[in-house]
Design a protein. Structure first.
Length: 417
């Protein structure tokens, strides 16, 4: 089936010239095209044609973009969307001066969400999570990563991954499941880390891999969560099994997570709010993506990651919401893009590269999607604006009006009247 996308006011291709990621100055070149159409064949970008040649093209279907702005489908590469319950009480505690870490130490935090998830059935979780995914799709997100990490028992981690798998199989967007059993130690193993590590490495990791419930393994390397030796052990075994790796690290402290991620060739390190100056150069390689989550700094009101220094040193920077109930209850990637401008001091072009091709790189999908290049998946977001700077300027507003996945419209909002 051939589909022609025509009459875009402008197309932001995020062209990488076949390289499939952007570092340094490249982040700013987002390949704006005018008077061009896109020919899609069987869900793949077949051609990018100038106006004259597209007039002659035959297609079964035409999508008229009526002067709107066409971008690659946005890639949301770090979320904890699979949760139940509310932590509004903890939010209020923090407003009164208790810190996120103090709440976690006293048995709240991640553990309070674990309790809510354990009490929820598979069907209840499906009902709770579905509208969250719909909201991501309405923002122009066509690829979405979702982590487990709020079950923390054999049964409940698998239950969460099965919920994510249900969406992966039934929805048209790409959903990338990540196993985050090493999120924190559950109460029953609080004083027996060894046994929980055994449960992860000997039971959960092999079962999940064998049943294709996750392709990625993530962990939280932090005081009060997993230390670097524990992450080292999990990563060694996960890697041998065939998983790809990512790591939450340098969020509140600097306890050796970065070196473990580098040692195991993790695809990304996420957070980095406490990244030290001497460690910045360790990320000067496209081999590892630095996933920055400015919504967490905003929600918890603390340090922002050193985005400018990372970009200046050649890091491959991506941006994501980290949507979760405790440290960033913000599911708007557009709002996070505005924060990246205001607080990370990234410019509008860098931010677009960070939420498209570089986020795809963090998920190892960069050769397949993340930019508008011939041969890639026909995934697009369509914004009702003339210039891409409107996205970060209109803070918290959803100006995406159409989401296209593999050449098919999966979301559309009428803006005519
Ligand atoms: O990425 N840092 C660890 N995990 C999440 C927060 C989880 C929670 O508070 O529920 C994060 O910030
Ligand atoms: Fe996270």
């Amino acid at each position: 089936m051939k589909v022609l996308l025509k009459n875009a006011g402008r197309i932001i291709t995020v062209d990488t010239k076949g390289k499939n990621y952007k570092t340094g100055k490249e982040l700013e070149s987002i390949g704006a095209l005018e008077n061009h159409s896109i020919l899609i064949e069987n869900g793949i970008i077949k051609d990018i044609l100038n106006f004259r040649s597209s007039v002659k093209v035959k297609s079964e279907k035409v999508i008229d973009l009526k002067g709107k702005l066409l971008l690659p489908g946005l890639v949301e590469c770090h979320t904890h969307t699979a949760f139940a319950g509310s932590r509004a009480n903890e939010f209020l505690m923090r407003l009164n001066g208790t810190t996120y870490e103090e709440i976690a130490k006293s048995g709240g935090g991640i553990i309070s969400t674990v309790k809510a998830v354990r009490q929820s059935t598979f069907e209840e979780l499906i009902k709770i999570i579905r509208p969250r995914i719909d909201y991501f799709i309405s923002q122009g997100i066509t690829t979405l990563e979702i982590k487990s990490g709020y079950g923390l028992s054999y049964y409940d981690e698998i239950k969460l991954l099965q919920v994510i798998d249900f969406f992966r199989k039934s929805l048209t967007i790409d959903i990338v499941p990540t196993f985050l059993g090493a999120h924190t130690f559950p109460p029953e193993y609080k004083n027996d880390h060894k046994s929980y590590l055994k449960l992860i490495t000997e039971e959960l990791l092999p079962f999940i891999f064998k049943n294709k419930l996750a392709e990625f393994v993530d962990a939280f390397c932090e005081k009060g969560a997993f230390n670097s030796a524990e992450v080292d052990l999990i990563f060694s075994i996960a890697k041998d099994l065939g998983y790809k790796l990512r790591l939450h690290t340098e969020q509140f402290n600097n306890i050796g997570g970065l070196d473990i991620a580098l040692k195991h060739k993790a695809l990304s390190v996420d957070h980095l709010e406490m990244l030290s100056d001497q460690d910045i150069s360790k990320l000067s390689s496209p081999e590892i993506v630095s996933v920055l989550l400015p919504g967490v700094s905003f929600f918890l009101d603390y340090n922002y990651a050193p985005a400018r220094k990372l970009i200046e040193n050649g890091a491959c920077v991506a941006i994501s919401t980290d949507y979760n109930p405790g440290s960033c209850n913000i599911p708007s990637l557009h709002f996070i893009m505005s924060l990246a401008a205001l607080k990370l001091k990234m410019n509008a072009e860098e931010i677009i590269s960070a939420v498209t091709i570089n986020s795809a790189k963090a998920l190892d999908l960069h050769t397949k999607l993340g930019s508008i290049e011939i041969g890639k998946q026909a995934d697009f977001s369509v914004f009702d604006i003339k210039d891409h700077s409107e996205i970060i300027y209109n803070i918290g507003q959803n100006l995406n009006v159409m989401t296209i996945k593999k050449g098919e419209i999966i979301y559309q909002r009428n803006t005519e009247n």
